[in-house]
Design a protein around this ligand. Structure first.
Ligand code: BGC
Length: 349
């Protein structure tokens, strides 16, 4: 584990970049600003290392950035319709930062705050523990939420993310990580192959809020049960793809939310040979194809991030669950402990 300065936020607070390296030379860098995954460096089939994630060169980039690159997302990942929900008859109002809706925790989500970081590697694999306490009422959410996220880089080339949270009042939460992956290291992700172990997805309205229906993927461009080239149907004349400007939907995982992580997605880049598996205990996954990237964002080393130059696979509970009692619950009660685990495993073939 190495540490280096990672610039400052506007108020002068210095950020730190922590780089974890495993025995194979795979590297994952994380900053305390936003609990953000800044880079993941893995070899291709010839052994050439590339950074397979989007991001910025310093904390200031993340502070002003609006794309959530690599961030730890909370208190509520994805959208809450009209920025409101009720618990036990009490209505809560959240800041609306995505048209009429609240996206990724509001204006100052968990990706825009400093986390307390501790190296907990010991004798095992390299690991970082990140802690944050979200105040009662922060961004409109009830209850003081104590959150711990542990990032572990194993010698099997896995980035393992363990989330834990407790609250002092009934609240809602949906924690995820928003890394943008491009297994080729550059270009677009349209030729990469994706598998999603999901028979259904949650279709959305124009504002990308789930209608509440769990729709079978069979016979639609949303069927990734067998590996499919991402670009092969993304341009189909289909209402859901139009609403999302591509893929920007939640898939209902067949594993349903399992006690142990289940294999729910694989991405394979035929050109470089890099492969990524996603394992999770969560019941859903947001597959997003970087539809809002348009080349205006200049990321690491000044690289312009163009349309569909990366994809996100955000393990999660379903969007807008607090307003959909039929979805798996996102409520957390005092005295209960929330925990979930997601693994991004890299290999080549
Ligand atoms: C959402 C997209 C949003 C993106 C922000 C994704 O999780 O589903 O709609 O634009 O995050 O980068």
């Amino acid at each position: 584990m190495t540490q280096q300065a990672f610039g400052k936020t506007a108020d002068g607070t210095p950020a730190t970049l922590y780089t974890m390296t495993n025995k194979n030379g795979m590297q994952v860098a994380i900053t305390n600003y936003g609990g953000t995954v800044v880079s993941i460096k893995v070899p291709d089939r010839k052994g050439t290392i590339a950074d397979v994630t989007h991001g910025y060169d310093d904390a200031a980039g993340y502070e002003t950035g609006k794309a959530y690159f690599g961030g730890t997302i909370g208190r509520y990942g994805n959208r809450i319709a009209h920025g409101t929900f009720s618990i036990d008859g009490v209505q809560y109002a959240l800041p609306k930062n995505d048209g009429e809706n609240t996206l990724h925790g509001g204006l100052m989500g968990f990706n825009k705050v400093f986390w307390t970081v501790k190296d907990i590697s010991g004798n095992g694999p390299v690991a970082l523990q990140l802690d944050y306490v979200s105040k009662d009422g922060e961004e409109g959410f009830p209850g003081k939420l104590t959150v711990r996220v542990i990032f572990t880089l194993t010698d099997s080339d896995e980035l393992k993310i363990n989330y834990a949270a407790t609250t002092d009042k009934k609240t809602v939460l949906n924690l995820t990580n928003h890394t943008y992956f491009n297994l080729g290291g550059s270009g677009t992700i349209l030729e990469e192959e994706l598998m999603l172990a999901a028979d259904k997805f949650t279709p959305v309205d124009k504002g990308l809020i789930p209608t509440g229906v769990l729709q079978p993927v069979a016979g639609t461009p949303f069927d990734f049960r067998k590996p499919m080239v991402i670009g092969s149907r993304i341009g189909d004349d289909e209402e859901q793809l139009k609403f999302g400007r591509g893929y920007d939907h939640n898939w209902v995982l067949n594993s349903k939310g399992s006690a142990k992580p289940s294999l729910v997605a694989t991405v394979f880049d035929t050109k470089s040979g890099r492969k990524m598996e996603v394992w999770t205990t969560e019941p859903g996954i947001q597959f997003y194809t970087g539809n809002f990237l348009d080349g205006t964002i200049k990321g690491k080393g000044g690289t312009p991030y163009v349309l569909r130059s990366a994809l996100c696979l955000e393990t999660q509970h379903f969007p807008d669950s607090p307003n959909h009692p039929s979805f798996p619950t996102t409520e957390l009660l005092p005295g209960a402990k929330f925990s979930s685990e997601t693994i991004y495993k890299f290999s080549t073939k």
